[in-house]
Design a binder for this molecule. Structure first.
Ligand code: CNA
Length: 278
């Protein structure tokens, strides 16, 4: 018990120190790296959490291995598991979390340099984070294309097909269509590649709700300069966070930590007002 209370008191000092840094002149550009953990409180399961994660619950789809649901080669042979999952994850049913609203608040305070997200749920946009500050590194459900002729596929049609559990096909060449989510085996969007340099410009890197296991996204964390504080806000310790002297590791639920941080910054009322709007 004494171990956990000393960990608690270490955490309780780290958040005020972080707030002080964010308020200082040294911190003008904050870069974020987000993962599925930011959206679990919205009711969207992540991949890797034991018991609740999607990978732990995919047996019913009869996959050779859980990752196959997002493998382009497997999708060509059998798109049914992906479209079964797509129905559960399709945007529109979920409300952004406090952490999403906190990111909007960073933008309103002119501190958000770039928000890199692995999430495909579009909750950053729904929370009102400006479009030009979001890089959806793994794409999203926001648009769809034929996987062969690459012609766009109408979004309303996609929504109907997903809802009815039909498999959409291209109106021109009749090949399979899929939302522009980056599958394993596909290249990341040019927008991601072109914006990687933003990480080395950061005065602060906030890494939230990710297992940091999917590359090249995870390797963005190595691009922060040695003197730039990297702050991990996650349920568990991941990647090499904690190895650099300037790293800060805050373990727990991201919404709880963000609320504490907002209080320290004097932004709590603003945060709640923004969240109420979503
Ligand atoms: P992951 O590998 O499932 O890791 C999630 C991490 O978040 C784990 O370390 C958890 O401990 C942590 N976590 C879970 N809940 C919380 C919480 N409330 N507070 C803090 N930490 C929490 O997911 P990654 O994003 O790292 O993996 C990359 C994949 C997941 C990307 O390709 C995504 O497209 C994909 N994905 C996205 C969504 C979404 O869009 N919401 C959902 C599921 C998977």
């Amino acid at each position: 018990a004494s171990g956990s209370s000393s960990a608690e008191s270490a955490k309780s000092k780290k958040i005020p120190q972080l707030a002080e840094y964010i308020k200082s002149d040294k911190c003008k550009r904050i870069v974020l790296m987000l993962g599925a953990g930011v959206s679990t409180a919205a009711g969207i399961p992540d991949f890797r959490s034991p018991k609740t994660g999607l990978y732990a619950n995919l047996q019913r789809l009869n996959l050779p291995h859980p990752e196959a649901v997002f493998e382009i080669g497997f999708f060509r042979r059998n798109p049914v598991p992906f479209y079964t999952l797509a129905r559960e994850l399709y945007p529109g049913k979920f409300r952004p979390t406090l952490t999403h609203s906190f990111i909007r608040l960073l933008a309103q305070h002119d501190l958000l340099h770039m928000c890199f997200t692995q999430n495909i749920d579009t909750l950053e946009r729904q929370a009102g984070v400006p479009d030009d500050k979001i890089i959806e590194a793994h794409g999203s459900f926001a648009s769809s294309r034929c996987i062969e002729c690459l012609r766009p596929y109408d979004n309303d049609d996609m929504k109907i097909m997903v809802e009815c559990q039909d498999i959409p096909h291209c109106h021109h060449c009749e090949n399979l269509v899929k939302p522009e989510i980056v599958f394993f085996g596909e290249a990341l969007p040019p927008k991601f590649v072109n914006s990687i340099g933003k990480v080395s410009e950061a005065d602060l890197l906030l890494i939230i709700g990710t297992s940091l296991t999917v590359h090249p996204f995870a390797s963005l964390a190595w691009r922060a300069s040695d003197s730039t504080p990297r702050v991990l806000i996650n349920m568990d310790s991941v990647g090499d966070l904690g190895h650099r002297r300037s790293d800060v590791v805050l373990l727990g639920k991201c919404d709880d930590i963000v609320v504490e941080l907002a209080k320290e910054l004097g932004w709590y009322d603003e945060l709640v007002a923004l969240w109420d709007e979503t």
